[in-house]
Design a protein around this ligand. Structure first.
Ligand SMILES: *[C@@H]1O[C@H](CO)[C@@H](O)[C@H](O)[C@H]1NC(C)=O
Ligand SMILES: *[C@@H]1O[C@H](CO)[C@@H](O)[C@H](O)[C@H]1NC(C)=O
Length: 382
């Protein structure tokens, strides 16, 4: 054997040696090891995704027969792009080293028992589009650093114990869906992300009035779900003029007044409004009838008084109407009771006269005469 052939073999030998020897773990491996290590081993069932995470192989190597059988996806370049854990009841904290998964697009830990803070290091995941932490026990405030996530499309932290939001939420310029429902938020909403389509913050302890500054420029906002909070004051006309609104649910708050604009865009897509279980006073706003596609209106259990506007009964798009639990008086428009009408809902528990019990709208009985006399200062108007 010549000297040069020997050295070629020597190099081939070295090469093959290096490929069987373990290479230093990638930053993704370090991150995944840390994520697993922060979870109590007793909460990791052997059948679960994390139960199969065995770091003697690379997390991205295929086929995945026994190791890393689920919970993550990788790019063709063997970088982790998705971490979606199964709801196995994992109990622990989320390791800040998660930030080493720099190609991560989706992080979904829903329906487990993660607790402690949302790590501020998540801000170093520039590709993150979907962050789903719902149905865990994360606590503390959403770290302000997270507002630097310029790719983030969807943030769901509902059903946790989160008590605060950053003031700079509006810097999440790509965000389309924000679900904050069932947490411990208090005070007013901060300035919201400008490109939001859906906002949900149901069942928190939000208070104060709806601030125009929170909603300023939200021209694409379609869905607003703020029921079961302690919001109060007036719902002003600017709110109903947000140009893309489709559904509003602000039931179970403490609003006292609602102001409907006199003119609305003929392209308004507002289809459903629920302001039930508030403390809204005054006459029923006639102008709800001018929203061209309004199909469902609930103003039940407020303090509305006076007659039901004729315009409500003439509105062909209206299919569901709940006005029960107010102090409405007079006779309801006969238009509600024709054979051709298909409105469902309730006009019961008011001070209405001649609500025909043959109509399901009138099935629930009216308030007693004495309650109605009291509400109208002793002399029921008719
Ligand atoms: C990981 O896999 C190796 C080899 O496949 C196996 O020997 C080892 O017992 C596994 N470790 C755990 C914790 O399951
Ligand atoms: C609002 O409160 C009422 C009375 O407490 C309750 O029956 C209803 O389910 C609540 N509705 C919503 C949407 O929270």
């Amino acid at each position: 054997m010549s000297k040069s052939r020997t050295s070629v073999f020597f190099f081939l030998f070295l090469f093959s040696l290096s490929s069987v020897q373990s290479t230093p773990p990638s930053s993704d491996t370090i991150a995944l090891q840390a994520v697993k290590a922060a979870i109590k081993p007793s909460s990791i069932p052997s059948y679960s995704c994390l139960g199969t995470w065995n770091f003697t192989t690379d997390p991205c190597s295929v086929p995945r027969v026994t190791h890393f059988t689920c919970g993550l996806s990788c790019s063709s370049g063997n970088r982790v792009t998705e971490l979606t854990l199964d709801p196995a009841g994992y109990t622990g904290t989320l390791s800040p080293l998660i930030s080493k998964l720099t190609q991560l697009v989706t992080l979904d830990l829903q329906n487990n028992n993660f607790y402690g803070p949302i790590p501020s290091s998540l801000s170093s995941l520039p590709n993150l589009k979907n962050l789903v932490l719902r149905l865990n026990s994360f606590s503390g405030s959403v770290p302000p650093s997270l507002t630097s996530l310029k790719s983030l499309l969807s943030l769901d932290i509902s059903h946790n114990l989160i008590s605060g939001l950053p003031n700079s939420m509006n810097e999440l310029t790509s965000l389309r869906r924000l679900d904050l429902s069932y947490n411990k938020l208090t005070g007013s909403l901060p300035k919201l992300p400008p490109n939001l389509l859906e906002l949900a913050a149901k069942a928190n302890s939000l208070s104060g009035s709806l601030l125009k500054s929170s909603f300023y420029g939200l021209n694409q906002l379609e869905v607003v779900e703020l029921s079961e909070n302690s919001l109060f004051g007036t719902i002003e006309t600017w709110f109903f003029q947000l140009p893309s609104l489709q559904q509003i649910d602000m039931a179970n708050n403490s609003f006292t007044l609602v102001k409907i604009p006199k003119v609305v865009d003929l392209n308004s897509d507002l289809v459903a409004v629920d302001l039930g279980f508030n403390k809204i006073e005054g006459y029923l706003p006639v102008n709800f009838a001018i929203f061209p596609r309004l199909s469902s209106l609930s103003l039940r259990y407020n303090k509305f008084r006076g007659p039901i506007p004729l315009q409500y009964s003439k509105k062909a798009t209206l299919k569901r109407l709940y006005l029960d639990g107010n102090f409405l008086n007079g006779s309801p428009p006969v238009g509600f009771f024709g054979r051709e009408t298909s409105v469902t809902g309730s006009l019961g528990d008011n001070c209405l006269q001649k609500c025909p019990i043959s109509s399901q709208l009138c099935l629930k009985s009216q308030k007693s005469t004495s309650i109605c006399q009291q509400a109208y200062g002793g002399k029921p108007k008719s």
